[in-house]
Design a protein. Structure first.
Lengths: 641, 81
């Protein structure tokens, strides 16, 4: 049996939880204490330990309210509207958020009072002003009155009415509270009346719940919200792990305490994904991970891989899963202590190898320390170490990497490779809130990138390299079709992101259609292919000074850093600004832990410092458009929309 | 498992849930004697006790336990079944 998802077995077990918690709380240095609590959140904790860690966090924040700003952790105000008891889920949500360096300030609406909480002007929820509202509702609230004998028409109409009611709630949350909506799918806690015939009866409770859940994903996405699909997640272990009738009878608890840590984890995954903090790259070990056996010892013929042996198929299944992740836009890398010659040979010549060398964007096969190699991988791919997931069968290597690079996710793999895929899938490192064309093409783009790098190595100078790339930029205003990718790029980009202001897709649409604003998108093409939509600039006319255009945010994909696109994008922005009669560009740069790469961006582009504001992490810049000369680049202008 | 061992486990659970290592339980303790041990924490406590001891109380019994000693006796009965 693979470990149940609800045990969260991909997280390592804590050595001595109580003692570790005690020593964390005794630490008088606030930064160190918060870091110790974050470290404890990386372990596998049962629901009682989760409550303990949460209360330690609460006590720490009560004594040191400034702890979070010094730890640079975002605070998210989460309103929970529920028709069941959810108080026991809050510690789990907060601990799972802490695992990702986020802090949750929760508000729980009155039991079953979600309509009043949303509608009444002086409700507790409205005064709380949540950033996010999570709807955790039971199916009976909406469909409890449908008779078993309902005709198909009646049942469908009842579900349609339920969806309409939900939509009204979401719109209320979004439009009048300006909150991101998360709708939880409905747990099918119904007991069968007909057996396998259940879904053939339109009015059966199971039919109603299943129809409701089927329509939910599309409906909530259509309203700009996110789905928390606990119905699907609970099917991984079975409903018995999630719902316990005794708890329902005792305290109207729908999600059982044992499932609370996983519930919190699923919520935090969604919140992190929405903020662009999901992992981006799967780093694979080779021996006894991607194939069975040690290739250096047993040779190409000796490794266990592929059809014909159950163990060989297990390793093949991991390769297949990695390939599917790559098709989803996840970058693949290899980090292995091996002779690179024989490994290249295995990739090239082994008939059962599914992954090709060209699927791997960074290939670190040597005898160096793996932590060092992981650093190199992050550097080469231009992503943060906290974007990496490292898969290794060797517990010693895992422990070593966790110790020296705690920001890298390193799952505890089950003993049997047959369960590797399930473990990685359950761990949910790559939680997504969209799937764009850029995601679909990322594999080719990274393959093209390694060709570009090979070309750079042969060139004498950077100018020669850039000229030989034969680059062109396609650009234009952000159109309705661009909105999903533009939203994703803004929210996922942490490095080249001038203000780290995040936007929902509605906000982007609204911004782009406001005549005071200019929203520009840029695609970069070169002789190796199309890099896709890689940069967005949001510019807004200032109310107080009609001559000034403000750079509200500017993001660029790390794949195209240093290719002069920043210069050409500025040239294009200047033209657009002049065309609308603006005389000056203003920008601010809000420094974060992750955007050091653009610290000198505006100075480098010819902006002048423009005074200071109160915030120490913010610098202000201005560019006078009169007399400003276009910056020279090797980028041609392509089609402009 | 002896009643004293069960009592020690219960004490540990309640201390963890209420983040208070000063809590001390004996057979005569009632919920009213322990600040914070409300009906919600009681259900959480029961869930934790069931998980750690690998038992399931009957819903009716959980409702009728008046003193810690009753819960210990209930657990004892299930453990020796």
């Amino acid at each position: 049996m693979p470990p149940a998802m609800s045990t969260m077995a991909w997280l390592p077990s804590p050595p001595d939880f109580r003692r570790a918690l005690k020593s964390a709380l005794e630490n008088g240095r606030i930064e160190e204490r918060v870091e110790a609590l974050v470290a404890l959140a990386q372990f596998r904790l049962d629901f009682v330990e989760t409550i303990q860690l949460d209360s330690a966090l609460a006590r720490t924040l009560a004594v040191f309210p400034s702890a979070t700003s010094s730890a640079k952790m975002p605070r998210i105000r989460l309103g929970l509207l529920a028709s069941a008891t959810v108080d026991h889920l809050l510690p789990a949500v907060r601990v799972a958020a802490l695992r990702r360096r986020m802090l949750i300030d929760p508000y729980v609406g009155g039991f079953g009072q979600y309509r009043a909480e949303l509608l009444e002007p002086a409700s507790g929820l409205r005064r709380f002003a949540p950033d996010v509202i999570l709807f955790s509702l039971g199916w009976r609230d909406f469909l409890g009155g449908v008779p078993l004998a309902a005709t198909a028409d009646e049942a469908h109409r009842a579900v349609a009415n339920a969806m309409a009611e939900l939509r009204t709630l979401w719109r209320q949350a979004r439009e009048s509270l300006h909150a991101l909506v998360i709708q939880q799918s409905f747990l099918d806690v119904t007991e069968p009346l007909f057996g396998s015939y259940e879904l053939s009866v339109s009015g059966s409770p199971a039919s109603l719940v299943s129809r409701l859940n089927m329509q939910l994903a599309e409906a909530v996405a259509g309203e700009g919200g996110l789905l928390l699909d606990i119905a699907r997640a609970s099917a991984r272990d079975g409903l018995g792990t999630w719902f316990d009738i005794a708890r329902w009878l005792q305290a109207k608890i729908e999600v059982a305490p044992q499932a609370a840590p996983l519930y919190g984890e699923l919520v935090a995954r969604l919140l992190a994904a929405q903020r662009g903090q999901s992992r981006k790259c799967l780093v694979l070990d080779l021996d006894n991970t991607l194939w069975g056996g040690v290739v250096g010892d047993v040779g190409l013929e000796g490794i266990v891989l592929g059809e014909g042996s159950a163990a060989g198929e297990a390793h093949l299944a991991l390769q297949r899963y990695a390939r599917s992740l790559a098709e989803r836009g996840i970058i693949l890398a290899v980090c292995s202590k091996n002779e690179s010659g024989i490994v290249e040979e295995a990739f090239r010549d082994h008939p059962e190898m599914l992954l090709r060398r060209s699927d791997i964007a960074a290939f670190l096969v040597n005898w160096q320390d793996k932590a060092e190699n992981l650093r190199t991988i992050a550097q080469r791919l231009n992503i943060g170490l906290d974007s990496l997931v490292f898969i290794d069968d060797n517990p010693a290597e895992r422990a070593r990497v966790r110790e020296s690079l705690p920001m890298v996710a390193v799952p505890e793999l089950p003993d049997d490779p047959a369960h590797y895929v399930r473990c990685i899938a359950d761990a949910g490192y790559f939680e997504a809130v969209s799937f764009t064309n850029e995601d679909r093409q990322r594999v080719e783009q990274y393959a093209a990138n390694s060709e570009r790098e090979a070309l750079r190595d042969t060139m004498q100078s950077m100018d020669d390299f850039l000229r030989s790339l034969d680059m062109s930029v396609e650009y234009g205003p952000v159109s309705a079709l661009d909105v999903p990718r533009v939203t994703q790029l803004i929210n996922k980009t942490n490095q080249f992101n001038t203000t780290t202001r995040r936007f929902s897709s509605e906000e982007i649409s609204a911004f782009a259609s406001d005549p005071r604003n200019i929203a520009l998108q840029f695609r970069l093409l070169d002789r190796f292919g199309d890099n896709g939509l890689v940069s967005v600039m949001l510019l807004s006319g200032r109310m107080d000074d009609p001559a000034v255009l403000e750079v509200v945010n500017w993001v660029m994909s790390c794949r195209v850093f240093g290719r002069q696109l920043e210069d050409e994008a500025l040239n294009i922005a200047v033209e657009a600004a002049r065309a609308k009669g603006f005389g000056q560009l203003r920008a601010e740069l809000i420094t974060t832990k992750k955007n050091a790469v653009i610290r000198d961006l505006f100075a480098g582009l010819g902006f002048a410092p423009a005074g200071a504001s109160g915030a120490a992490d913010t610098t202000h810049w201005s560019l006078d458009l009169r007399g400003h000369e276009p910056r020279p680049t090797f980028i041609h202008r392509g089609a402009s929309a | 498992m002896t009643d004293q061992e069960i009592l020690a486990i219960f004490t540990r659970i309640l201390r963890d849930l209420l983040a208070d290592d000063a809590i001390s339980l004996d057979m005569a303790t009632t919920r009213a004697d322990v600040p914070g041990w409300d009906s919600f924490i009681y259900v959480t406590f029961i869930a934790a006790a069931e998980m750690q001891l690998g038992i399931r109380f009957r819903v009716a019994d959980v409702e009728s336990f008046a003193k810690v000693g009753d819960i210990v006796a209930g657990a004892h009965k299930l453990l020796t079944k």
